[in-house]
Design a protein around this ligand. Sequence first.
Ligand code: AMP
Length: 408
Amino acid sequence: MTFEELNLSQEIMNAIKRIGFIKPTPIQKSCIPEIKKGRDIVGQSLTGSGKTAAFGFPILEKIKPGCGIQTLILAPTRELAVQVKDHLISFSSFTKINITAVYGGVSLVPQFSAVKRADIVVATPGRMLDHINRRTINLTNVHTLVIDEADKMFEMGFIEDVTEIIKCLPEKRQTLLFSATISSEVRNLIKRYLKDPLFIKEEIHVNQSLLKQVYYNVVQNEKFSLLVNLLKKKTPGLAIVFCGTRRQVDIITKNLKIQGINAMAVHGGLSQNRRSHAVDSLKRENIQVLVATDVAARGLDINNISHIYNYDSPKTPDEYTHRIGRTARAGKSGEAVTLVSERDHANFGHVMSDRNLNIRKGEMPEFERVRFVLDEQRRDRGGFRQNQDRNGFRHQRSNFNRGRFQRR
Ligand code: AMP
């Protein structure tokens, strides 16, 4: 199927040409005609599938510039809100449509006038509710609502805000909900707020033939050394290193810098400016490595990521798939590497229970041991003892056997 067959407006077709999309992705093929018809949609797909254009193209076609906010898009994180806004701006470059993003962590004041001029607002739920409560936003002309990454809204505890916002919107509207997974909570939300929705499920856009997935069994106190070695010797492009907690992100970032690796941290505890700066630095290739928590990296669309490293194992197959979806994009090859130590076994065992994932045991390279510094105090005391992990546990070589995660 071609974009011509989707009967898109001339303005959108011009933008598609300018951007260089050749043909629609599967989610675009299935969603665009249905959204044009005005149906409510539940799209089960991930960032990377082309879902922003799947809802963005038909939404843009329905906007009358200068007639107030007609579409509200709710996104769980500031990064995703900005990314969606940027994509929509590029899709609408041949129109006069005004698109703005509102999110917390920055001053409200410039947003007051921006939302007055906007035809489309992309918002995080908390800040949106703030605007509603202050009566600084007029939602009476909204005819389309998009709830992006609904599952993440629940995980992040935003769902009450989302339902509060929905109650402030006109009843007569089209609602589009996107979610990587449809939990019972998401299903309840769909039941309450969508009208006879069409469910469209797209398989994850990770090209398995281009994506190599490996794991290494490594003892905890050698994990950082292995990561440094892999980053220095086996990572030709950009990398994202996923950690389980904000604190871990900070510690790993600091240690990578000590090892001369150009890294920045991104997690929910950092200011909006610092998070944006880190993501932009990776996009511009000013740094090689972004160290991130799941939430902060959710939905990031960055080209040229050759490697994903799971420094801490993801907890579920879904979380794993979300992480690896950041590489092997658009015909490029990539590698997803999970470093599995004692403390990851329970989580990684859960990931491996998904038989659709094709993760193989990697052959352990020779690697040099490097220092790992927990914090300034410890560094002053001579750094970290190599036979202790960061909690001070002494380790002997792990006796988790090699075949533990191999499938029979
Ligand atoms: P999304 O899932 O919306 O975050 O999109 C992921 C990436 O795919 C973005 O970089 C888009 O610009 C790109 N993309 C979206 N639609 C297409 C298409 N039809 N052909 C090629 N790339 C696309």
